[in-house]
Design a protein around this ligand. Sequence first.
Ligand code: AHR
Length: 501
Amino acid sequence: MEAKVTAHARYTIADIDKRLYGSFLEHLGRAVYTGIYEPDHPSADENGMRRDVIELVQSLDTPVCRYPGGNFVSAYNWEDGIGPRESRPTRLDLAWRTAESNHVGVHEFADWAKAAGTDMMLAVNLGSRGLDAARNFVEYVNHPGGSHWSDLRRKNGRADPWNVKLWCLGNEMDGPWQVGHKTASEYGHLANETAKAIRAFDDKLELVVCGSSHSDMPTYPQWEATVLDETYDQVDYISLHMYFENYEKRTSEYLALPQKLDRYIGTVAGVIDYVKAKKRSKKDVKISFDEWNVWYHERKSDAKRMKEWDWPHAPVLLEDIYNFEDVLQVGCILNTFIRRSDVVRIACIAQLVNVIAPIMTEPGGKAWRQTIYYPFQLASRNGRGVALHLDVDCPSYNADVAADVPYLDIAGVHDADAGTVTFFAINRHGEEAMSIDLSLERFGTPRSVEHTLIKHDDLEAKNTRDNPDAVKPVKADGARLSGETLQLSVPPYSYSMIKVT
Ligand code: AHR
């Protein structure tokens, strides 16, 4: 099979916001407890945080991390997580039917985020609580001192404000499963009033309002229209979520799902434009795709187990073990975000540790990289710069979810400072290699090319504690430069990063 791809230095989509490679950590299962925090672990730092995990997160280079939820935030009292640990209450977490010790709160997360090299993106509870708790939380986190909440922060050991810039106005408020679920107009009104109060404190903050939990929600896309109608002037981003499933184990259908993601983004971009025009506004609202990942491996059995258990603390929950097929999916998802980076400015892989995560830990023991760690890491570390509008000519197939799905999924990024053009390419064909002919126009004469390949003959291959390197990137050879043309062949069902310098 053959593909012809043309990239031109002037045919660009957008400057990629580095927060496209954001992440998410929720008080859920073992994400926090025995995930990032385990004071008795041999690698624990002075704050009880696992250094082995911090190193794996550093190496992902994720510029922002959303916290503390997710569904958890909709019944969370942020004040429970401050002050001396011994006086913090244990609460029942209604989202996941677990007990929350509150041993980790905003101070501990802030220290961890600094160590891991990521900025905080905080969510306020607009489910069980509202405007007042939200504005107090913002004051606690961001005001220098001389007020009740900022002085309490100082008393609790943190003199300087953290100056968190990015705030989420609740989580998935369209979902009937959400504690304090609301209609679009109820939520839109509350989000707008909360945003106004937060802006009265600091009008430079960036605020994210909840869009749909997924594009099959019955309220989609009217939800976006109503919520933006209420909040357009006060918010900067609308949040979207999507999880990818392959219950039927049909690889070609599964790998076509990013076409649905693309339609979802396009539709919401249209709704944003509609509300902007309706309001005669000059301001732009963008998309924060702040939850995305593969999530199906353990989903049904988890839902069953949860119903039966007796409020455990930090149980095994949502611990999907990813396979090689999921590498291809994560690669296609990230490519979609790069191609839509004019409107998707922020995206967060959900989640970061243990819970549907690229990083896994064993309590008291090892930490290791799941298969999906690698496509995320390669994109995060190499996909910074300007997204390129590529002209792609290749064979395609028809899937139930979309027609004309190109066998080659490819995105390109030009980093002019580093003098590199990097392509991320997934061959969606299961039997045939793809011979790619890539024309590089007006980038200057390329001098060298590096091809990094992730390939396994078994789509079900997994990385485990005892076999952590079953699926990982290797250096490939065979990519040939000739003038401004690059030629290479990528194997069936494979992920490639091609970097031209
Ligand atoms: O990431 C797991 C859950 O998925 C989050 O808590 C929620 O926001 C979404 O439904």
